[in-house]
Design a protein around this ligand. Sequence first.
Ligand code: 5RP
Length: 232
Amino acid sequence: MSAKAKEHAARAALSYVEAGMTLGLGSGSTAEIFVELLGLVVDEGLSVRGIASSEQTADLARHVGVPLIDIEQADHIHLTVDGADEVGPEFAMIKGGGGRLLREKIIANASDLGVCIVDESKLVDVLGAYPLPVEVDPFGYTITAKKVFDVLVAAGCATPVMEQRYADDGKAPFITDGGNYIFDCTCTAIPRVRQVAAKLSAVPGVVEHGIFLDLVRVVIVGTDDGADILEL
Ligand code: 5RP
């Protein structure tokens, strides 16, 4: 994804922002560009407040001057702008490449409107080429991972390959903001995505998974020349 395409998508998302809004702020490089641009319009006088989906986004928001509130203080989230790893039919998505899927999903689910900012490379006919992140509680995680594998096989994912995510130094497991582990599940294709999502959610020990359904009504696809706005 070119930096220009990301910026075009992020800039186009600003047109959904209105004074007085409480905004869910996503995570990842595209969402971060949005936060940076938001900081500029806040600097010019726009009054909004943000709820960050990760510590990293919170740090950036503070740095660029976007006022933040704790999610517990919010009775309403008007709009969430976030990136995605894959966007498929009906705007079903895989998210969580950055490991922030739990907070991202909580915020998206609480929002009046979800806007997703991506480039064309993220648009797919069938989800699953991108490894699906599944966040699991550390207690009993080996057992939980086996159950996740069984769900994926039963749902028709040919030969899922599951790998526990490690921190960048490769020495210790990656720990999410919520204190959990992540398994990245390479499925090649997830044929019945709604069924898989429901079955994964039903596995004890699965805290959350990266299949996002019905959480976005607008997808902004950035290109080197501009941005296309797709609406459901
Ligand atoms: C983080 C996410 C991100 O939105 C997703 O990984 C896309 O990131 P980027 O904009 O850097 O491609 O879900 O958990």
